[in-house]
Design a protein around this ligand. Sequence first.
Ligand code: ADP
Ligand code: MG
Length: 246
Amino acid sequence: MIEVEGLCKSFGTLEVVKNVNLTVRKGEIYSIIGPSGSGKSTLLRTLIHLEKASSGSIRIEGKEILNENGTPVHESKIRQRCRKLGMVFQNFNLFPHMTALENVIEGPLTVLKVSKAEALKKGEALLAKVGLADQKDQYPCTLSGGQKQRVAIARAMAMEPDIMLFDEPTSALDPELIGEVLSVIKKLASEHMTMIVVTHEMGFAREVSDQIVFMDEGCILEKASPDKLFNNPDHPRIKTFLEKMI
Ligand code: ADP
Ligand code: MG
């Protein structure tokens, strides 16, 4: 689904992602953990082309969006290929002037060009799936953080992505609201959605992930099964990090 080779991203002279290699197969769930500032968000943003990589290659379902020998892939093709990816952000990024349902149907209407009736039907089904059928006409400002994030997940799913990227989806939430968002993500996991989740929720990462990736200073320090990474990490730095987290 995603193949990343030698991916680098710099902001000016600051190298934020350094030579990252990552392959995620269909139905696999990867969690990315690691200290703040280690390049986790930048890596996800580069995958979905919100940031332009400095070098390396990215293939989505076998098709290049960035290729190593520098031949540019046409921007419209990149956009089309990145549509396979859905992303959920830490701070929800909902459209404040639209209701929950309007937020969910906006992409299908404007990008996928589906009919209003079809978009509404799908949008209502998705809001029901995230447990918000009765909140569909509410504006974001009247929703709790957990509800906003569930709308954001429904909105991303409305674009029918093949892969979902989550960037610390529960970091902005009060502790009592974290569970409702994690359970929606777990539901997607049980339906075999391919996912990359940046998270500080170690229990969740351990429970749902096929592989855990530990990032530090822009590099992948270790990639391993949850059992291996949590019980017996190769790198002392990971041990120290985990001891602080748990
Ligand atoms: P993480 O998500 O692991 O906390 P980030 O990817 O957000 O890390 O950031 C990694 C580093 O890149 C940080 O030092 C951050 O300040 C820097 N950075 C991120 N985005 C930008 C940007 N748009 N311009 C300049 N520096 C940035
Ligand atoms: Mg981040």
